[in-house]
Design a protein around this ligand. Structure first.
Ligand code: PSU
Ligand code: MN
Length: 304
């Protein structure tokens, strides 16, 4: 039976009925992660890439006091343009349902919605993590806690260097989250294909990742699996170029007194500004690349 707080689109419901693979997508990346109108274009294209790779996309948001699983074009437009869209993490969830605000789901709450709907694979760009300067402000994204407790496989391009990457990996290890490098031995750093941080798991095939998902279930392990998929070489921004820009963005954030939930959107926007839009193209390219891999994992898992 469908959970009463879910509103499932026709396309997604048909996929459930016909036992087709479904891939969840988040909406904070649309409302707070990219500027208009590129965000809407990205949201539509990523859905199409998932269809082209044999799965059905389910972009998730909160509207009228329900998790909407699968959005229409007008929903995407609303999320991208309305001024009062809330960025909803786990702690905000009950309030946004109660007040019927328009809510954009982060990685954490997209996982919660996907789990309620029975969707096992979720594609995004980058996850939140341990922020730099953790020892002063203790800013750790709720995405990491969610990965530790909600068994959804999340495909990302690693985490960007606005975060403290080694501490993010340590945190995930403590929470029992497998971090699988897809065709790589090193943690991808979002705009850049690689980092100096070695992963302990590598997989070269989506079928193998689907197999891991199967055993994670069978063992009753409730953590998610994080798949880290490097951006294609042609699209990456090399370390030498992006590092100084990230440092500059972090400096401006500090000067402006930005923190908490406003931090990630501010930094993303600042980096787009400082790269004159190049980082946005890079961000979009890596999401598309993740969509291909996520759709294949969902299709392979569906055969189990
Ligand atoms: N990283 C990105 N793009 C994004 C986000 C993260 O490269 O759009 C968004 C995701 O929705 C993620 C959220 O779940 O930011 C993390 O926010 P915070 O650091 O406040 O937990
Ligand atoms: Mn935070």
């Amino acid at each position: 039976m469908t959970h009463p707080l879910l509103s499932i689109s026709k396309e997604v419901q048909a996929a459930f009925d016909n036992n087709q693979p479904v891939v969840a997508l988040e909406s904070t990346i649309i409302s707070h992660g990219m500027p208009y109108p590129k965000n809407v274009e990205m949201a539509k294209t990523v859905e199409q890439i998932i269809r082209d790779n044999g799965a059905v996309p389910a972009t998730i948001a909160i509207m009228d006091g329900k998790f909407k699983i699968g959005l229409e074009a007008e929903d995407l437009e609303l999320l991208a343009t309305a001024e009062n869209v809330a960025k909803v993490s786990r702690r905000d969830l009950a309030n946004v349902f109660a007040t019927k605000q328009i809510g954009a789901t982060t990685v954490a709450t997209t996982m919660i919605g996907a789990k309620l709907a029975g969707i096992k694979v979720f594609v995004t760009g980058g996850i939140g993590g341990v922020h730099r300067g953790y020892e002063d402000h203790m800013d750790v994204s709720a995405d990491l806690e969610e990965l530790g407790q909600t068994d959804v496989t999340v495909v990302c391009a690693g985490a960007k260097a606005i975060l403290d990457l080694p501490r993010t990996l340590e945190y995930l290890e403590t929470k029992g989250v497998p971090v699988v490098g897809y065709q790589t031995d090193y943690l991808p750093a979002f705009y850049t294909r690689t980092s100096e941080y070695k992963l302990n798991l590598r997989s070269d095939s989506t079928a193998e990742i689907a197999d891991m998902m199967h055993y994670q279930n069978e063992l009753g392990l409730t953590a998610g699996i994080l798949v880290a998929n490097p951006i294609p070489e042609a699209d990456e921004i090399p370390h030498e170029e992006i590092d100084s820009i990230i440092t500059q963005a972090l400096k401006e954030e500090k000067a402006a007194g930005i923190k908490g939930k406003d931090s990630t959107p501010f930094l993303l926007g600042k980096i787009v500004e400082l790269t004159e839009g190049r980082s946005l193209e890079t961000n979009i390219a890596l999401v598309y690349n993740n969509a291909k891999v996520g759709a294949q994992i969902a299709a392979d898992y569906n055969k189990k």
